[in-house]
Write a protein that binds this ligand. Structure first.
Ligand SMILES: NC(=O)c1ccc[n+]([C@@H]2O[C@H](COP(=O)([O-])OP(=O)(O)OC[C@H]3O[C@@H](n4cnc5c(N)ncnc54)[C@H](O)[C@@H]3O)[C@@H](O)[C@H]2O)c1
Length: 446
């Protein structure tokens, strides 16, 4: 069955090849960013496998199950080769990527020692930072400017300089979680936002300044943190106008990843849930930042959303109307990046009989986040080259990677990991002009 027969549109135009160098500008060279950069270099040198990365290890089924055709995703769509990826970035501290990775202590000393000569060459540019938006950090390596417009222009100048050395550019925020902000009048339009840059509007946080600079330059932008950033009419409009794709926010790594796997399973079987208590301990810098109530609020909002949307209590009041959902994050330095998450889930079954499930996830935060950051960068670069995707603004098909998917106005976000996975793969099939897969499968029984 063709995509047209299934109601889909034929993909318009051919995707430009991924020739030349892909420049990746990383905002915040902390635990996640350095684990991604070191990991890419380790893979390039054949020291390790890119485990956890769909772009590097995933396959995609084409045609019928009997066709036995499942190429690697990277052989099916034209993605940048890891050997062509060049990193640069900004941070509020002067540490180079080797020093920062050593401080984050995610990767062992032996691995870092092998990568040291390369990692030392990546030194952060001075950052746009204001402690009002991240209370627990004191930046020393920061840009000075007469107003936010001036700071945005300095980031634009950084992008333009980097563009001269590579063929294409993508930006990703791996910086800290900012305080909770809601959209205000300054976010309503590009004009209002630009006016707000001139007048130093308090609603414009540093992450928005980087995003504005990227989108102004036609550079796709991904957001690994739960910050408001591009989730506003102004920056969505700028993304569309300059064909600079954006996606949702906050890497979906540990506990929320598990939630968006388990919750759809309960719902599929009509199992009720009366409570879901989630608690975490972590001791890295991210944990320290999240110890501040205002940054925690941003994270909490991002983490809370998924269950509400998956369970659809308005459709299933008997099963999910009274669910008590609580999330706690505690900063506990001895654990470093090795987060421990506990979930207690109170469920009920046939005739309302209660049961419990306990999930204890001993994870490594940045080991889970690094391949997600890499995939987002590579897929956003693909989106920028795909005529059917580049000017659509929000790339909902990348929700798969994010705790807070971004959608068109009025559309509820899809949080179910398996629906997200199907959406992602069908988008790849669509842009390559291949048939979509609906899993109907009646033809096998003709
Ligand atoms: N690791 C995970 O599993 C995970 C999952 C989801 C989201 N996140 C988010 O990803 C982000 C990065 O996490 P991390 O563990 O690497 O934290 P981290 O504290 O190790 O790194 C963040 C870096 O950003 C820098 N920074 C802060 N503000 C900046 C600014 N305005 N400009 C430039 N640099 C700035 C900090 O100096 C620090 O080096 C956090 O917001 C975190 O909440 C992480």
């Amino acid at each position: 069955m063709s995509t047209e027969e299934q109601g889909g549109q034929k993909s318009a135009g051919k995707i430009a090849p991924a020739t030349g160098k892909l420049g990746v500008m990383v905002v915040g060279l902390g635990a996640v960013a350095t684990t991604m950069i070191a990991g890419v270099e380790a893979v390039r040198r054949g020291l390790a496998k890119p485990i956890g990365s769909l772009t590097q290890m995933g396959t995609i089924r084409l045609g019928k199950r009997t066709d036995n055709k499942s190429p690697l995703i990277k052989d099916f769509v034209p993605l940048a080769d890891l050997n062509d990826v060049v990193f640069t970035g900004w941070d509020i501290f002067e540490d180079n990527v080797y020093e920062s990775a050593a401080h984050a202590a995610v990767l062992d000393k032996e691995t870092l020692a092998k990568l040291k000569p390369y990692l030392e060459t990546i030194k952060p540019m001075p950052a746009v930072f204001d402690q009002y938006y991240v209370k627990r950090l004191h930046g020393t390596h920061v840009k000075k400017g007469k107003n936010k417009r001036d700071l945005a222009d300095q980031v634009i100048a950084d992008i333009q300089a980097f563009k001269k050395t590579v063929d294409r550019v993508v930006m990703i925020w791996c910086g800290s979680t900012e305080i909770f902000l809601e959209p205000t009048a300054v976010h309503e339009s590009i004009e209002a936002f630009e006016e707000g840059l001139e007048t130093d509007d308090i609603g414009i946080a540093p992450s928005q300044i980087y995003a504005y600079a990227a989108l102004s330059e036609g550079v796709p932008f991904a957001n690994g943190a739960p910050n408001l950033t591009v989730d506003t009419p102004a920056l969505i409009e700028l993304s569309k106008r300059n064909a600079a794709p954006i996606c949702g926010k906050d890497f979906k790594t540990g506990q929320t990843f598990m939630k968006t796997v388990l919750a759809p399973a309960f719902k599929a079987r009509m199992i009720g849930v009366s409570g879901w208590f989630s608690t975490n301990i972590l001791g890295n810098r991210d944990g320290e930042v999240l110890d501040d109530p205002q940054s925690f609020k941003t994270k909490e909002e991002s983490k809370l959303g998924s269950l509400e949307y998956i369970f659809q209590p308005e459709l299933y009041p008997d099963l999910y109307k009274d669910i008590y959902h609580k999330i706690r994050i505690n900063y506990y330095p001895p654990r470093g990046d090795d987060k421990e998450a506990w979930d207690n889930i109170d469920i009920f079954g046939w005739l309302g009989y209660p049961m419990q499930i306990k999930v204890n996830f001993l994870c490594r935060d940045s080991i889970l986040a690094a391949p997600i950051a890499l995939d987002l960068v590579l897929f956003l670069d693909l989106a920028k080259r795909a005529p059917d995707l580049r000017s659509r603004g929000i790339q909902e098909w990348l929700s798969f990677y994010l705790k807070s998917p971004q959608t068109a106005a009025g559309l509820y976000p899809e949080h179910d990991l398996f629906i997200q996975s199907m959406k992602l793969k069908n988008t790849l099939r669509h842009i390559m002009g291949a048939d979509l897969i609906t899993h109907l499968g009646l033809e096998y029984y003709d």
